[in-house]
Ligand binder design. Structure first.
Ligand SMILES: N[C@@H](CCC(=O)N[C@@H](CS)C(=O)NCC(=O)O)C(=O)O
Length: 215
């Protein structure tokens, strides 16, 4: 069965799916879409993804959008325990950190990225950047405390929660901001960086997004 992924590789949400596909060593076809590629307002795309954003994944007869739903599906369908704890009790923490990433962590760090990187320098609002940095740091301190207890967000093994949250790390560590030392987050980042799937999916230049609020 062919897996197809639609979405530009400079999108953090697409990057999570690439990381999961590469981690699970699944063959897939990639169709660049969104951003300067356009295509996400076309009726054929909206028929697959009425939300009009990237990523979208098709696996046989299944079409799926929302990066965390996709990553969770791939892990459950193809992980055989890898990325996806089989016991509900073990999976609970994985879902907790994944949902927290969707509702709290990613809005914070992406908000900062938009204000600091995507907004042209002349239009940047220093107070708004400071507030977004405070919100992001609150989240990074939560990660720091969790990663002081366990090497990965779900516990002892890599899971889809690390994919959801870890997608932030390249941008967080390269944005021109003042970062406090967070040794457990840095050790987690270094552990993830040892993985070829992480490096291929996440360590992707965001040059095309600098100073660019719209395509
Ligand atoms: N909650 C969605 C968010 C998707 C999203 O915001 N995608 C952005 C890129 S990161 C997008 O499609 N932007 C329009 C574009 O790239 O043209 C998910 O996790 O999949």
């Amino acid at each position: 069965m062919t897996i197809t992924l639609w979405g530009r590789l400079s999108s953090a949400n697409v990057q999570k799916v690439v990381w999961a596909l590469e981690e699970l060593e699944l063959p897939y076809e990639h169709v660049p879409l969104g951003g300067s590629f356009g295509g996400n307002s076309e009726p054929e795309y909206l028929a697959m993804n009425p939300n009009g954003l990237v990523p979208t994944l098709r696996d046989g007869k299944l079409t799926l959008w929302e990066s965390h739903a996709i990553v969770r599906y791939l892990s459950a369908e193809y992980g055989s325990g890898l990325l996806f704890p089989m016991e509900a009790r073990d999976r609970a923490a994985v879902d907790q950190w994944t949902d927290w990433t969707a509702t709290t962590f990613q809005p914070a760090w992406i908000g900062l990225f938009w204000l600091k990187v995507r907004t042209p320098e002349a239009q940047q609002d220093a107070a708004a950047i400071d507030n977004a940095l405070v919100a992001s740091l609150r989240c990074f301190r939560m990660l720091e405390a969790r990663l002081a207890e366990a090497p990965y967000l779900g516990g002892s093994e890599l899971s889809y929660a690390d994919i959801a949250a870890g997608a932030a790390l390249f941008r967080w560590s390269t944005m021109e901001i003042e970062r406090p030392a967070l040794p457990h987050v840095e050790a987690w980042h270094a552990r993830l960086n040892e993985r070829a799937a992480f490096r291929k999916a996440i360590n992707v230049s965001y040059e095309e997004l600098v100073g660019r609020l719209a395509f």
